[in-house]
Every structure is written in C-alpha cells, then in structure tokens.
Write a protein that binds this ligand. Sequence first.
Ligand SMILES: Cc1ncc(COP(=O)(O)O)c(C=O)c1O
Length: 386
Amino acid sequence: MGLKIDSVLIHGGTDGDLTTGAVNVPVYQTSTYKQDGLGKNRGWEYSRTGNPTRDALEKLIADLEKGSYGLAFASGLAAINTVLSLFKTGDRLVVSDNIYGGTFRILDNVFKNFGITYTIVDTSDADAVEKALGDDVKAVYVESPANPLLTVTDIEKIAKISHDHGKLLIVDNTFMTPYLQQPIVLGADIVIHSGTKYLGGHSDTVSGLAVVNDKALADRLYYLQNAIGGVLAPWDSFLMIRGIKTLGVRMDRHEKNANRIAEWLSGSGYVTKVYYPGLVSDPGYEIQKKQARGAGAMISFVLDEKYDYKVFFESLKLITLAESLGGVESLVCHPASMTHAAIPADIRKKVGIVDELIRFSVGIEDVEDLIADLEQAIKASEKKEA
Ligand SMILES: Cc1ncc(COP(=O)(O)O)c(C=O)c1O
C-alpha cells in the first residue's frame, strides 16, 4: 500500500515488535545472540553487524527516503566517514562550497591524507559543477539547502549531470529531512543525515543515517559499516524511531515559525541580510519550491554593524546559544567560530560566512515569544557611541 509520508513516519520500517506485538520496537540491548549450532544463527550474530532495534530504524529511514536500503551510524559524521570510505587513493570529490564544517574537516584533514581529494564548487551553478567533473572525480557531494548559508542546489539537475559523466551524487538531507525533500526521488545515489537534528528532534541523541537504492552500493556500504564499526546503539536507535514519529507535526510548526521570523527579520531594520529559501526574494526560492515541500526552519542572518554580535548572543533569554540544530528548542550559533571554524578564514570570507553571521535553528516555541527575545537581545547589543 502506497502510504503517505505522515503514515510512513508512524508505521514505516518494521512497525512494532514482530515477536510480541508490542507497538514499539523494543530496545534489544544485547551485543551478541545465541547460535543453535555452528553456522546456525537466527538471523542475528553480533550487534555491530546487526541489531533488531537498529534494523527497524534502518528500514524506517529507507522507507521515508523512498530508497531500498538504510544504514544507521553513531553520528552524522560516522555516516559520512563510512560513505567517503567508498573512495580510494587518487579519487576526487566535487563538494558544495558551503557545507557543514565537520564535513569539510574530515575531507581536508582525514581523507586528503589518504590521497582522496576534493574540489570546492558553488553547486547552485550547474555549469561550474559540470566543468569540475574530471576523470578522477568519483562523486558530487551536495547539501541543499546548505549549512550555513542555505544555498539551494538543483538536485535533479546535478543528478543528471553527475550521471551523464558517470559520477555518484551524494546529498546531505539533514536540513530538510525526508518529510520535506526526498533526494533519491530527485536522482541522488546516496542520502546522508545527521539524525542528531530534526529526525531525532529533541536534542537528546547523536546519530547518523544513510540511504541508497542500488543493491551493489548498499552491499558495499553494509560491508564498510561493519568493517569500520561506527554503528548506532540500540537505545539510540529506539530514541530515533520515537523521535521520527512526530517529525511531520514538528516540521510543520518549525516551518511556520521560521517563515514568520524570516519575514520579521527582513523588515526589521536590524539585519543587512537574511538567508532563507522560503523568502520570495531568496535566490533559491523557485528551485526550493520545485524540489521540496517547504523551506525548513534554518535561517541565517547578518546583524547590522550597529549591533555587537557577542553581546547579542549573551543577551538572549529564551533562545539558546549552542552547537547543533533541529531540536524542538530554538538554538542560535556563530558559524565563524563554532560549526564552521574548521573552514579556513579565507574560504569562509569568500563564501559569505562573515563574523556577523548568525545561524538560527527556529524551534517550536510560541513565535511571538521568539521574536520578542530576538528583538530585546538585538536592542541590548546596540553599540554605544565612543
Ligand atoms: C548538515 C550536517 N551534516 C552532517 C552533520 C554531522 O552530524 P553529527 O553532528 O551528527 O555527526 C551536521 C552537524 O551539525 C550537519 O549540520
């Protein structure tokens, strides 16, 4: 039965415990499984290789992304590490010019040491992507909307270009979740998530996920998942399944609040720039509308130089200054010194990650309370005349 996404969120994957009928998949808190004789197991051998709670989450994320195979990892970066391990010395990746700082760090300081290199490209420019696709390029790696400038890449177009040149397309779908955007349907080969964010949704679990459609690719990734070992624990898998059940209602509210705040910020006179693909004035608006069901709830803005961003952060009362995003509570961060500090200052400046840039993960609190908090903190941060 072709269920709609709101039903898949509740009933996708294994939908409860097959042995007892418990409506929730139990936490199979076990590292190993009894074997009935040599070579005679009951489908489970060792929990790095497979665990029923993790398996339920893996099937659920595959259903949600409309892929065939899901994999769950101990963090988003463990998922990224495993996916990047598909490549070998001499391979090159073409990567979006604004991506999560940790993704840049693992490419620049880990995989580069093994001879796997990368070229940074503005992936919203399809011609620039095509030009970068030399013989040694094996994959294009995209975030859309990207962290932290919300740059939108036309996934369908980049998938076609990548495939025409025999390259894989990898999409980090963390900011959107499958509720809003399904990159596999748009042609991506591998979808990655930091499940820590909207999928978990409550800032209480660190996790990562990957989804693919192709059997050979899935087999290689399952092999790497077991060989590298960065798997998600049973309890965290349970928390992820539990969080995902409310993804739809949370995202609707997150987005409603984000739309209102983006409009308010734009007309406030307090900021010089608002990045949000839900604004008609945003350069990514039309493509976002075409490829996703909404614009999500991540907003970045540049505070006018009349205001001191350090004082702004310290003056917030309801909104929390913290790393991470996608939880029910509103979080702000300072990309230049926090999430994107691993990106060299010259690249940061070139792409627009300036010191005054503030990234806002809009929560599901009352939106008027959020606006009041933003406004009082901005006013409190006004620089005094010398
Ligand atoms: C877009 C994106 N991808 C991947 C990651 C890494 O995920 P994790 O922190 O779960 O390792 C993050 C973390 O902030 C992120 O924002």
